[in-house]
Ligand binder design. Structure first.
Ligand SMILES: [Zn+2]
Length: 350
């Protein structure tokens, strides 16, 4: 079979490989809708160390082509939504509050990390019964593919921000994950939602998802702008983009007793630090959390219900649509180059 991925560091292309083997409890899936993600380009550029000959991709809806005899819930031909995080449900790490770290830090993120991804004729899913979801009636495949990482990650940012009714919430970065954080904060009952971003198409979608104010770093220091707007700081700040400086800014713009929630990938060489005063000399009762989105069937079933029952329209994220497996390449390079009109591309495959 063929797949699109990382030939070597900073070198992408098509790769010929054997079709993956379906192990006990597992399934093999042929993708019908795929979405490239900045995590794919991040890996290509060495964000998680040197890799080679690795098929990329981790956001997919597809058709089951093979299941192990121990799989009960799925059969060949089923259309399934595939969580980007597929834990080994027998590992100790999933038995606590967070299932993303089954056999060590982010171990449940199998695609890209420990095996080939979804940008191929076929890909492997471990523990199919616990990690796959049937595409629900009334949810389009393209709406569904936006839940497996974008919504799950954006909403995890909101979960870790402890948003309560009427809270003032800041979202730093309004790419697709930040936009989902805006939508999630609204669902959780936030009062004021301040989005930090500059791209006009993202700003328009942020407003549709519930942003009440938009702040741009182009208009000056964002901490100063938010301190003035809120007269003293936000209840919580979600970091969904930016760099090491965003971490300091988030702490500075959060009220005493507030929450700072990170879902942004920082680069390996970055150092996260903050002036002691921004943390009230260590006495400000500010909670700092950073998390990787949970996965598995139950999580994504819940995300899909948010779509199915009309709470959030995830298709607002999709700006570019491609047809045919060979178009993975174009969609991937688009994600790598991030032109101004891009939020999220999808590829439809027969
Ligand atoms: Zn992703």
């Amino acid at each position: 079979m063929k797949g699109f991925g990382m030939l070597a560091l900073n070198k992408a292309g098509w790769i010929e490989k054997e079709k993956p083997i379906c192990g006990a409890l597992d399934a093999i899936v042929h993708p019908t809708v795929l979405a490239p993600c900045s995590s794919d380009t991040h890996v290509l550029h060495g964000g998680s160390g040197e890799k080679e000959n690795l098929i990329l991709g981790h956001e997919a809806v597809g058709k089951v082509v093979e299941v192990d005899s121990l799989v009960n819930k799925f059969k060949v031909g089923d259309t399934v939504v595939v969580p980007c995080v597929t834990p080994n449900w027998l590992a100790e790490g999933v038995q606590g509050e967070y299932n993303a770290h089954d056999e060590g830090f982010m171990g449940s993120f199998k695609f890209l990390n420990s095996k080939d991804g979804t940008f191929a004729d076929y890909f492997h899913v471990n523990h199919a019964d616990a990690n796959l979801v049937l595409l629900p009636e009334g949810v389009s495949p393209e709406a569904a593919v936006m839940t497996v990482d974008m919504m799950s990650t954006g909403f995890h940012g909101v979960e870790n921000a402890n948003v309560e009714f009427g809270d003032t919430v800041v979202v730093i970065g309004i790419g697709p994950v930040g936009l989902m954080a805006v939508a999630g904060a609204k669902l959780k009952g936030a009062g004021r939602i301040i989005a930090v971003g500059t791209r006009p198409n993202c700003i328009a979608v942020a407003k549709e998802y519930g942003a009440t104010d938009i702040i741009s770093y182009k208009d000056g220091d964002i901490v100063q702008q938010i301190m003035e707007l809120t007269k003293g700081g936000a209840d919580s700040v979600i970091i969904a983009g930016g760099n090491q400086d965003s971490f300091r800014q988030a702490i500075e713009m959060t009220k005493a007793g507030g929450y700072i929630s990170n879902v942004n990938f920082f680069d390996i060489q970055e150092v996260l630090s903050m002036p002691a005063l921004s943390w009230g000399l260590g006495m400000a009762n500010k909670t700092i959390r950073g998390g990787f989105c949970p996965g598995g069937a139950l999580r994504i079933q819940k995300m899909l219900d948010v779509v199915k029952y009309g709470r959030v329209d995830t298709t607002k994220l999709i700006t570019h649509r491609f047809n045919g497996i060979e178009k993975i390449e174009d969609a991937f390079y688009l994600m790598d180059e991030k032109p101004k009109d891009l939020i999220k591309p999808v590829i439809f495959i027969d």
